[in-house]
Design a protein around this ligand. Sequence first.
Ligand SMILES: Cc1cc2nc3c(=O)[nH]c(=O)nc-3n(C[C@H](O)[C@H](O)[C@H](O)COP(=O)(O)OP(=O)(O)OC[C@H]3O[C@@H](n4cnc5c(N)ncnc54)[C@H](O)[C@@H]3O)c2cc1C
Length: 395
Amino acid sequence: MNAAKPAQSEKFEVCVVGGGATGWAAALVAAASGRETAIIAPPVDFPPGRTAALFAGAVELLTSLGAMEELAGSAAALEAMRLVDDTGRLLRAPEVIFWASEIGLDAFGYNIANRRLVETLSALGRDNRRITHFEEPAAELAFGENEGRLTTKGGAHIVADLVVGADGSRSLVRERVGIGMRRWQMEQSALVTTLSASFDHRNISTEFHKPNGPFTLVPMPGANVSLVWVERPVETKRLCQMPEEEFAVAAEQSAHSLLGEMQLTAPRVSYPLSVGLAERFAASRAVLIGEAAHVFPPIGAQGLNLGLRDVEALQSLLATRRGPLGQETAEEFHRLRQTDVRSRTLAVDLLNRSLLTGMLPVQALRAIALSAAGGFAPFRRFLMHQGLARTFREI
Ligand SMILES: Cc1cc2nc3c(=O)[nH]c(=O)nc-3n(C[C@H](O)[C@H](O)[C@H](O)COP(=O)(O)OP(=O)(O)OC[C@H]3O[C@@H](n4cnc5c(N)ncnc54)[C@H](O)[C@@H]3O)c2cc1C
C-alpha cells in the first residue's frame, strides 16, 4: 500500500468514495484492471449480529478477488430456502422450500458477517500496491471538464478520471453530481441479532412472512442463526427493550419452535427501513454503486447482492476500456445497470406490500404465485435462477 499524502494534490485514474463492502470490492476490481486507484474510506464498524446472505454471483466475484478463501471458515452455506406464509390470513400460501441441488448447486450461496466481509476486503485492498487509502471522509467534490476533484476532511486533494460513489444511502457523490433519489419511507424497522439454537439449522434459511413483515432465520456457522425481524417501529422498540430471556422465548414462539429453544448471542440492533432509487446510476464522471444507488429493505436478501453486481458491471467496463476513463464510461455504466436495479426494486417493494396489505385480491395473487412456486417445477427453477442472478449480464 502507498502511504497517503495529506494536503497534496494526487492524480488517480479511479477514486472510490466509501469503504463498505461495495467500495472495497470496487477498488480491488479497478486496481486489478491496472488503474491507479484511490479509496476514501473512514473505518467501518458493523454490529456483530449483522450478516448478509450472498448468492452465487456475489460469491464468484468475492472468489475472483481472493476474499472467499479467507472467509470460508466464517461463512455458512445456504443449501435451501424455506418460505412460510405466517400471515394467519384467510388466503394463505402453502410452505415452499427451494433446494440448491434442484438447479445443480451445492448451495445457493453463503451467509457472511458484514464485519468480517469488510475486514477481509479492506485487508486485501491495503496490501494492493495500486490502491492508496485515505482514511478520512470525503468533504468536498466538484467535477471539471476532464476530472473529478475531491478533498478529504483532513485536507488531502485528489484528482481522478472517474469517481465511484460507494458512500451509502446519504451519498455525497450522488448529491454533488446532481442526481436525485426517490425514497419511500416504510412504516417498518428491522431488528437484527444472532441466536444459538438447540436444533440443527441444516443450512436451511427460513423466511416467515408475517402480517407486519418477514421474520428470517439465516444459518451461521455451528449452532448459530442470524435473525432479521421486520416489524412496526413501535414493536421493534419493545422487542429491543425486552429482557434477554423473554426476547429469546418471543423469538422461539415466532419461529414456531422450528429450531427449538434459542439463546441470544449478540446485542439487538434496530434499523429503520426505507426504499430508495437514484434517478440515474451515473452522470458526468461519477458512477453510483451499492446503497448510493439503491436502498432495499432486507426482504429476499437482495441489497448487497445487487451492489456487488454493480461492481461486476464496473469490472467488465474497466476490462474493455482502453485509455482515460470519462463520461462515456459513466454513461455505459448507467445503461448496463438500469434493468436489473429497477426490476429488483420493484419486485422487493411489491413483495413487501403484498404482505402488509389487507386486500383479499392481492393476498389471493400472492398465495397463487407461491403455490405455483411450490408445485410447478419449471416455475420453481425460473424463480431460483432469478433469485440467484449469477452475473449482471443474466438479467
Ligand atoms: C437488517 C439488514 C439485513 C440485510 N441483509 C442482507 C442480506 O442478507 N443480503 C444482501 O444482499 N443484503 C442485505 N442487506 C443490505 C446490505 O447490508 C447493504 O446493501 C450493504 O451493506 C450496502 O453496502 P454499501 O457498501 O453499498 O454501503 P455501506 O455499507 O453503507 O457503506 C457505505 C460506506 O460509505 C462511508 N461513507 C459515507 N459518507 C462518506 C464520505 N463522505 N466519505 C467517505 N466515506 C463515506 C460510510 O462510512 C460507509 O462505510 C441488509 C440490510 C439490512 C439493513
